[in-house]
Design a protein around this ligand. Structure first.
Ligand SMILES: NC(=O)c1ccc[n+]([C@@H]2O[C@H](COP(=O)([O-])OP(=O)(O)OC[C@H]3O[C@@H](n4cnc5c(N)ncnc54)[C@H](O)[C@@H]3O)[C@@H](O)[C@H]2O)c1
Length: 357
């Protein structure tokens, strides 16, 4: 697909990476409220063309699409020309892939983001950037103790509220470095050029339209594997704790930040499920086994580079700035994703389809 699809009458919001998991949910939400959207994506993530087809079927001419790679600055700048605001979600998204090909990771995540910022600077439009909790590194300063199936932070404040933005940056792995450097560039464009920019440092987001793999999108990957009867490899002991956030809550946060961007410009916020939605890999697997009634075959491998034993976002800064709060409890959200996967057999690998009637 190339060139604009659809004709937009009023200036659109650009969603770069709008065919991806979070981007397509954000695009759907904006379009559903009558906001025209320009999706910019190079469709490099396997499966995401299905998200684009779904958006086009549902929203028709209110959606415009440009198949552009963010590494191509002149094409990107031309494509962004009509935009009144930019959500930037396109990325090389996996730590594992960044260790295999750090050059591509750098080009996409840092230089690509720089290209987005330069285009936004010419246009004078806001940029909201999808960053990651990986900018905080593996957090060796957070002492943890082991319980049966999860790690518990020793410090009471972190147990109660999670990890706040002030913990400090500590880039680790090429992905952590490229996303972290991009995160800092986005914030600096508010300082240096007065551009209204903001950063959301995300924990694990999950939900419909996620093509989760072992490398990225592990909640969907667990469910898809279980539903298709495939084994799951756990790296480390599975006691790692994460706060997971349903994509509808993430979308609400992105839209909230854009609506208040003049108030929050130049700031970074954690975005995750917070302590109420903290779960270990082992607990999530038990829940999925109970929910689906399937047996889970587990394999074990060594802990991955840069893996955090405990990361739960302290989201109080975002809550105070936007009045935002995660609405979907994790069990309900995971059930929603399981149901979506069961309804959309085409999104499962071919061998899985026969297991899900
Ligand atoms: N999903 C999560 O849990 C999570 C957590 C932390 C951060 N993030 C960040 O959020 C953003 C969105 O994540 P997602 O889970 O929706 O990922 P995704 O892979 O589903 O979406 C990313 C989209 O970007 C597109 N893309 C990749 N390289 C591109 C390029 N060079 N030019 C143009 N488009 C390109 C892909 O085709 C894809 O549609 C990413 O920046 C990711 O790093 C996601």
């Amino acid at each position: 697909m190339s060139g604009p699809r659809g004709k937009l009458r009023k200036a659109p919001v650009a969603v770069i990476g709008g065919s991806g998991f979070i981007g397509s949910n954000l695009t759907d939400s904006l379009l559903s409220d009558g906001e025209p959207v320009l999706v910019i994506d190079n469709l490099s993530r396997p499966g995401v063309e299905q998200n684009l087809e779904w958006l086009a079927r549902k929203h028709g001419f209110h959606l415009s699409v440009e198949t552009v790679d963010i590494r191509d600055r002149s094409s990107l700048t031309a494509a962004l020309a009509p935009a009144k605001a930019i959500f930037h979600l396109a990325a090389q998204t996996a730590v594992t892939t960044s260790l295999v090909d750090p050059t591509a990771d750098l080009d996409i995540n840092l230089k690509g983001t720089f290209n987005v910022l330069e285009a936004a600077r010419q246009l004078g439009v806001p940029v909201i950037f999808a960053s990651t909790n990986k900018v905080y590194g593996s957090l060796p300063q957070i002492a943890v103790r082991e319980a049966d199936d999860h790690y518990i932070p020793c410090e009471e404040g972190i147990r109660a509220n999670g990890v706040a933005e002030m913990i400090g940056l500590d880039f680790c792995t090429p992905y952590g470095c490229s996303k972290g450097a991009a995160d800092q560039y986005v914030l600096d464009y508010a300082k240096s050029f007065g551009l209204p920019t903001a950063v959301l440092r995300m924990s694990c987001i999950y939900g419909p339209r996620q093509f989760g793999t072992e490398d990225q999108g592990w909640v969907a990957h667990f469910l898809i594997s279980v539903l298709s009867g495939r084994p799951i490899t756990i790296y480390g002991d599975g006691k790692q704790v994460r706060d997971i956030l349903h994509v509808s809550d993430a979308v609400a946060a992105y839209r909230g930040v854009l609506s208040k961007v003049e108030d929050v410009k130049g700031q970074a916020f954690n975005l995750g499920g917070g302590p109420r939605n903290a779960v270990s890999l082992r607990s999530l697997l038990s829940e999925i086994a109970a929910m689906t009634g399937r047996d889970i075959v587990l394999r074990h491998d060594q802990q991955r580079t840069g893996d955090q034993p405990f990361f739960v976002a302290d989201t109080r800064k975002l809550e105070a700035a936007l009045g935002w709060r995660a609405q979907v409890p994790w069990r309900e959200g995971v059930c929603d994703l399981a149901n979506w996967l069961l309804r959309h057999r085409l999104h499962l690998p071919a061998e899985a389809a026969r297991y899900v009637a």
